[in-house]
Design a protein around this ligand. Structure first.
Ligand code: FUB
Length: 323
């Protein structure tokens, strides 16, 4: 059944929620109507700007702060502004976003603002060495910032197995045997604009410490990385793509390895599922999207009434459970 969306006047998806300056801000993709047919490349997700939303209370009025960044203002971008995320560090706000460059290759850009709602001023070039989609930033308690990213199939992660873009690998969307393709993580520099460490794979193991196999579509990483910390543990969550689950894995370091724990959310209406997990005023929430109001894969909305207190959901009587 369709639940009340966060906002209805524009389509919104891939919600990255953060508590900034006493309010809850949501940084989503901004879906729009086009005539592009659905395909496995995700060409139908042809977004060209971002809006930022905020609320003072969960369930209260939501403010649309308008266009915070648009494709035509980013010199390196050709098209497809996909799932963004935001971070706060040293008094500045940063918006991380994936898009196709003029050669059709997804990379990740960064834009800066003095205020959480933007507008954001983009760097003229993508982050050096960045690739693929769905950046998720995480600033740890010691101030070190990390960027997680990657997505297979239309997200092109399968083209980067050698560290260089190989377009001929695109149609091998993933292996059928051996370990699954892994999301990536890199440490961010103090100014939040570059990677200081090399890009590393984020290991997602099963309970026996073995990497999840590529054939395990119910558990392997597909896209939509997210990181949060709870009681000193690191929670890496993600979408399983073609099996449409949100899943999570836990670890003792933000760089991993992580151990698969279970599912957070069953499939929603629509092909994609993408989320964030945020603590606001002492409660934990899961934000996600579905297509229940549009019936179209590329026209998504973020439900308002279905937000869950995530750590009440993952923990029962102090014991970690999958759902
Ligand atoms: O919104 C475009 C893409 O769809 C995102 O980058 C993916 O995570 C999926 O939600």
């Amino acid at each position: 059944m369709a639940s009340e969306p966060l906002v209805k006047h524009v389509f919104t998806a891939d919600p990255s929620a953060h508590a900034f300056a006493g309010k809850l801000y949501v940084y989503p993709s901004h879906d729009r109507k086009t005539d592009i047919k659905d395909n496995d490349n995700g060409d139908q997700y042809d977004m060209n700007d971002y809006h930022v939303f905020s609320m003072e209370t969960v369930g209260g009025p939501v403010t649309d702060h308008g266009v915070a960044l648009k494709a035509e203002d980013i010199p390196w971008v050709d098209k497809q502004l996909w799932a963004p995320d935001a971070a706060f560090k040293n008094g500045k706000y940063y918006l991380y976003f994936p898009a196709r460059n003029k050669e059709g290759v997804f990379q990740i850009g960064v834009a800066e603002s003095d205020v959480p709602e933007g507008p954001f001023k983009p760097e003229p070039e993508p982050i050096a060495g960045s690739y693929s989609i769905d950046p998720a930033s995480f600033v740890d308690e010691d101030g070190q910032a990390y960027l997680y990213f990657g997505g297979i199939w239309g997200g092109q992660l399968q083209c980067w197995t050698t560290g260089k873009f190989d377009g001929s690998a695109y149609s091998n969307m993933e292996a059928t045997d051996g370990p699954a393709l892994l999301p990536r993580v890199a440490k961010l520099s103090e100014d939040m604009r570059s990677f200081t460490s090399g890009i590393q794979e984020v290991a997602i193991n099963d309970a026996d410490g073995k990497l999840l196999p590529a054939a395990d579509h119910e558990r392997r990483f597909f896209e939509a990385a997210w990181m949060h910390k709870y009681n000193g543990k690191y929670y890496f969550s993600y979408s399983t793509g073609d099996t449409h689950f949100l899943a999570y894995a836990t670890g003792d370091s933000p760089m991993g390895p992580f151990t698969y724990q279970g599912k957070i959310l069953d499939p929603v209406q629509g092909w994609t599922t993408h989320h964030s997990i945020v603590e606001f005023k002492g409660k934990w929430y899961l934000f996600y999207h579905d297509t229940s109001l549009s019936d179209k894969n590329h026209l998504r909305l973020i439900p308002k009434a279905d937000r869950k207190k995530i750590h009440e959901y993952l923990f029962r009587e102090g014991v970690l459970v999958a759902k």
